[in-house]
Write a protein that binds this ligand. Structure first.
Ligand code: RIB
Ligand code: CA
Length: 319
């Protein structure tokens, strides 16, 4: 991934809109050349997340193909979506009807096609099922995917459980395939994304930018804020997914450290945990100390949350 220039690879966003996905899509569309959007279950059903993606594009007048992906995790065990994002998965404002239908190619087919056509960057904002399935179909894909920038996991406190973050917890087997793939991964976890908060003050700023999208998203975020407070007792609603896109455009706003990250699959209390090893232990010195494995991930460890929110809101208002 190039440091200070915009990515030169073609880019797909894999997502489960979701309020924060919707904001991340518009920020990405403002700054990057998106080849397509792939949808996955997560914040709501696949049908709902797909519809929401199409409605957000209609709202912003964007013509970006949307490819439907997986409706359930690799394990087949469906996860209750919960109501953090409301019954539709994007409650809080009247959104336009989609003006396009999902593309004929599925998410997996789109990932494979775009990867064949040239180096591909993937921004992953939901459960990693689509990417894992594509990697399972074609292991040679790792030669054609330049990087993955994902929102998921945490170096500390979870949300779905005390230690697991929702996107990983929805499909730990898929996350395990992706994190073991050897692909260059950047991971923005809850440890930084929770610092990217939207409260009343930020919503007032968004409204002050004026325009139809600002007003619509102000309504969406008022809903998301109320649910975040009720469910998680948080002061602010988090723009989790923006943290997977912002480093591609404004690299100074999020700092990363290399670590070895593995996905816990079997722990009775820890399934879905992103186990991040920052120790860098070189040798197996003592029985009690295990050697660190090679770092496979750049893990986000610091963020200028206020600036990220402003950049995202300015992008939303620019449509
Ligand atoms: O844990 C936060 C993640 O889960 C975000 O991607 C949010 O959209 C939900 O998918
Ligand atoms: Ca998401």
């Amino acid at each position: 991934m190039r440091e200070n220039d915009l990515p030169t690879e073609r880019i797909l966003i894999d997502c489960d809109p979701g309020h924060d996905d919707a904001a991340a899509i518009l920020y990405a569309a403002r700054h990057l050349d998106l080849a397509g959007i792939t949808t996955v279950f997560g914040n709501n059903s696949l049908e709902a997340t797909t519809r929401n993606a199409l409605s957000v594009l209609a709202l912003a007048g964007l013509d970006i193909p949307v490819h439907m992906g997986a409706g359930r995790p690799l394990s087949g065990v469906e996860m209750p979506a919960g109501d953090l994002h409301g019954k539709t998965g994007l409650d809080g404002a009247a959104l336009p009807e989609p003006v396009t239908s999902p593309h004929a190619l599925s998410a997996g087919e789109a990932i494979l096609r775009h990867a064949e056509a040239g180096p591909l960057g993937i921004i992953a904002l939901g459960p990693l099922t689509n990417l894992a399935q594509a990697l399972e179909v074609n292991s040679g894909l790792t030669e054609r995917i330049a990087w993955i920038s994902l929102m998921g996991g945490t170096t500390g406190v979870g949300n779905s459980t005390s230690v697991a973050e929702f996107n990983i917890y929805c499909d730990p087997e898929a996350a395990d395939i992706v994190f073991r793939s050897g692909l260059p991964i950047r991971m923005a976890g809850l440890n930084v994304t929770r610092q990217v908060g939207v409260g009343e003050e930020e919503i007032v700023y968004l409204r002050s930018l004026g325009g139809r999208l600002s007003t619509t998203f102000a309504g969406l975020f008022e809903f998301y804020l109320e649910r975040s407070r009720t469910i998680f007792r948080l002061q602010k609603a988090s723009l989790h997914d923006a943290c997977a896109v912002v480093p591609l455009v404004h690299p100074d706003l999020i700092g990363f450290r290399k670590a070895n990250v593995v996905i816990e699959l079997v722990g009775r209390h820890t399934r879905g945990m992103t186990v991040c090893d920052f120790r860098g232990v070189a040798l197996k010195d003592l029985q009690a100390i295990t050697r660190s494995q090679e770092s496979n991930v750049e893990v986000a460890v610091e963020v200028n949350g206020e600036k990220v929110v402003r950049k995202v809101f300015e992008a939303i208002a620019s449509f």
